[in-house]
Design a protein around this ligand. Structure first.
Ligand code: GLP
Length: 261
């Protein structure tokens, strides 16, 4: 795993946004689609802000297809806490992406339809040629998407139960833990590992312990993020606080500047 530590989450997010934009621009220039795997949570918000800035500088997302990692289940798309609302608010409403090209697990379907939905989600990713760049944040317990500890490395898109720690962390968005859905639909570990390139971001002291476990710890399904060590093209992008528990020889400070190409 290639670890880069930036001065702060602002410059780190700029680096990630720039990397995505470069891929999009390259594909646009040869009339190819770009397929992005997208994440929610507070971590990627500054990256979406930078992508919106890059869009205003001329980067078009008309040829971009997106697959979100996960969604609560059950939840209405229109609910303030849904990842459908999150994506519109933080990205889709501000760029020229075609909403028909954006895919998010559906929290509104009937229980009996979930398994077919999940198979179709996997099939749809493959039909579009697989994910070029997958963006990830890390849960406090090392979850990626909503793959909680214990998730199998060959798991695919499916309905999962949320752990207590994840539901507690989500309480700040729902106001009351009782209102946090007990389940979610998430891409699996295998779905994530099939992406060509994976970029994991983490900010702040609160993530430093789990960052260390994912990068330097044993590969174990009890720490889902550690399974990323099995992939040959993972970039971990950190601020100094999130990197503070890593072995010093990993730490190299990187600078990032905004530019269109
Ligand atoms: C949720 C999302 C994850 C995300 C995690 C971390 O659980 N399903 O994809 O990585 O939150 O959230 P935050 O970025 O707010 O720390």
């Amino acid at each position: 795993m290639e670890v880069s530590v930036f001065e702060n989450q602002e410059t780190a997010s700029l680096y990630v946004a720039q990397r995505i934009a470069n891929r999009v621009l390259m594909n646009n220039s040869i009339n190819e689609k770009t397929v992005l795997g997208l994440a929610t949570g507070s971590t990627p918000i500054p990256m979406y802000e930078k992508l919106i800035e890059l869009h205003r500088m001329g980067v078009s997302f008309k040829n971009t297809i997106t697959y979100n990692l996960d969604e609560y289940y059950p939840i209405k798309h229109s609910s303030d806490q849904s990842y459908h609302s999150f994506m519109k608010e933080h990205f889709f409403d501000h760029v020229d992406i075609q909403l028909d090209n954006t895919f998010i697990p559906n929290g509104e379907i009937e229980e009996t339809e979930v398994s077919t939905f999940c198979k179709d989600y996997e099939w749809s990713i493959r039909k579009n040629g697989g994910i070029d760049i997958q963006i990830l944040g890390l849960g406090l317990n090392g979850h990626i998407g909503f793959n909680e500890p214990g998730s199998d490395k060959d798991s695919v898109t499916r309905k999962v139960e949320l752990s207590d720690i994840t539901r507690s962390a989500a309480t700040k968005h729902f106001g009351d833990k009782k209102l946090v859905p007990k389940s979610a639909i998430t891409m699996g570990i295998e779905t994530i590992l099939e992406a060509q390139e994976i970029i994991v971001m983490a900010w702040g002291k609160g993530k430093s312990k789990i960052v260390k476990e994912c990068i330097e710890g044993a590969i174990s399904k009890e720490v889902p993020g550690s399974l990323l060590q099995k992939h040959n093209n993972v970039k971990v992008v950190l601020d100094p606080e999130a990197a503070s528990e890593l072995n010093n020889d990993r730490i190299s400070l990187v600078e990032a500047k905004l530019s269109k190409t």
